[in-house]
Write a protein of this length. Structure first.
Length: 445
């Protein structure tokens, strides 16, 4: 068995966390491929290395001294080296970086040095081989990973039986120029590596013991999700459940490799297992109708009204084209006979609000255009919903009993999610109401 294990920033924040990582890796010989983030925060007063490097770049760009910021980074790595008694020549590595910190320094190169330095330290501490991500995570010029070239490059570097540490968050273009992934991209590196080595499981170690049914900042002590499908996770992630990077799923889903979310500080906890399907687990115990609840605030609904709207060919396409021209993403488009509603994030339309309304009136001749702000969207996600008739009715009835007015409703045809729109001031109340009824009280649909 081969396992790819990725450790987040909190897992490698200091020497004590490095020791926990070593215990986890050494407790299972199948944990052969290790991906690391840059050092995270030790406490609330500390700083993430990645944040400091972005700050250094901003200072360099505007000609502001950056030495005091960079010294915080140096100190963090030297402290780890000393406490773990490593032999790595950090002075040499840091000097190379510092010499490149001039006005036109490439931001991708500079910011990637957090993962690079952490990877060097972790590789020595684990007595593993270090492979620079730029040598094995290879992008085409269109910004997409070339899996074929990456696999060939990795195969030539693998020393059978030896553990391998690879920094996350970056790779390289064909000209060897560093390319960063979007923030949180170390998750993606781990998924790519799992795909390349045909891992049987991808373990993602962080500071939480798996996914929770609801946000613990809203719901007090929410239960853990034991099993969840890729599709359910995508729905929850899109609506704000930020545990994994959105793009993590695709490389592993292609080869049906499960993702296991684990806690570095609580390694005995089995965490959450994310799979293509949960058929075998559901045979043992039928799933609850509700797998998770997530949501976001601050949406706007633009309602466009015109007689015989539904019979006017092409009007929806033309309407959406107006929003596309302003580079605005549409959340959903609930429609009636003479109206349709365009739901967008409020911040996306604030700067161009009057221009958008003007074009809609001038080009499409709507009889009336109105807008409602302060809307929240809440997603109720669960693969068990399709097997339990009457779910929507009971859900809406429960919200009605608590005086929560539902303004929009959107349900996917596969019936694994329902998205409701409510006032911002009802956001937390709505999530707690749903959780209390169907999880805490154990109500069945």
């Amino acid at each position: 068995m081969i396992k790819v294990v990725k450790f987040g920033g909190s897992s490698v924040a200091n020497a004590e966390q490095f020791k926990k990582v070593k215990n986890i890796v050494n407790s299972d010989t199948s944990r052969r491929f290790i991906v690391t983030s840059a050092c995270g925060k030790t406490d609330q007063e500390d700083h993430k290395v990645t944040d400091l490097l972005y700050l250094c770049h901003a200072h360099i760009k505007y000609g502001v001294p950056f030495d005091s910021i960079f010294e915080l980074i140096e100190k963090k790595y030297h402290t780890i080296k000393e406490e773990l008694r490593l032999s790595i020549d950090l002075n040499r590595e840091i000097d190379i970086i510092r010499k490149r910190m001039v006005k036109n320094v490439n931001i991708d190169y500079l910011v990637s040095r957090g993962e690079y330095l952490t990877g060097l330290c972790l590789a020595e501490y684990l007595e593993a081989d270090f492979i620079d991500a730029k040598e094995v995570i290879l992008f085409d010029y269109n910004g997409k990973v070339n899996f074929e070239k990456s696999k060939k490059a990795l195969d030539t570097r693998i020393n059978n039986g030896k553990k391998i540490v690879i920094p996350g968050f970056y790779g390289a273009f064909p000209n060897e120029k560093i390319k960063l992934m979007s923030r949180g991209g170390s998750d993606i590196t781990g998924a790519i590596l799992a795909n390349l080595v045909d891992a049987e499981i991808y373990e993602n170690w962080t500071d939480i013991s798996g996914l929770l049914i609801a946000d613990p900042r809203i719901v007090k002590k929410p239960k853990r999700i034991h099993y969840i499908t890729y599709n359910e996770l995508r729905e929850l992630s899109y609506m704000g459940a930020n545990v994994l990077h959105d793009e993590t799923i695709f490389p592993v889903k292609e080869k049906n490799i499960p993702i296991n979310i684990r806690n570095t500080n609580e390694p005995e906890n089995e965490g959450t297992l994310i799979m293509d399907n949960c058929h075998e687990q559901d045979k043992i115990k039928a799933p609850d109708f509700l797998t998770g609840i997530a949501g976001k605030k601050d949406f706007s609904v633009i309602t466009c009204t015109k007689a015989h709207l539904s019979s006017e060919i092409g009007i929806l396409r033309k309407t959406l084209q107006v929003f596309e021209d302003f580079n605005i993403s549409i959340e959903s488009v609930p429609a009636g006979i003479d109206t349709f509603n365009i739901i967008v994030q409020t911040q996306d339309i604030e700067k161009n609000y009057y221009d958008i309304i003007g074009r809609l009136k001038e080009e499409l001749h709507f009889e009336n255009i109105s807008i409602i702000d302060n809307l929240s969207l809440v997603a109720v996600v669960g693969r068990g919903m399709s097997k339990k008739p009457g779910m929507s009715g009971k859900l809406f009835a429960e919200l009605g009993l608590h005086g929560i007015n539902i303004k929009t409703i959107n349900q996917g045809i596969d019936e694994i999610n329902i998205i409701i729109g409510i006032d911002n001031h009802d956001f937390e109340k709505t999530i707690n109401c749903i959780y209390d009824k169907f999880i805490r009280k154990g109500e069945e649909i």
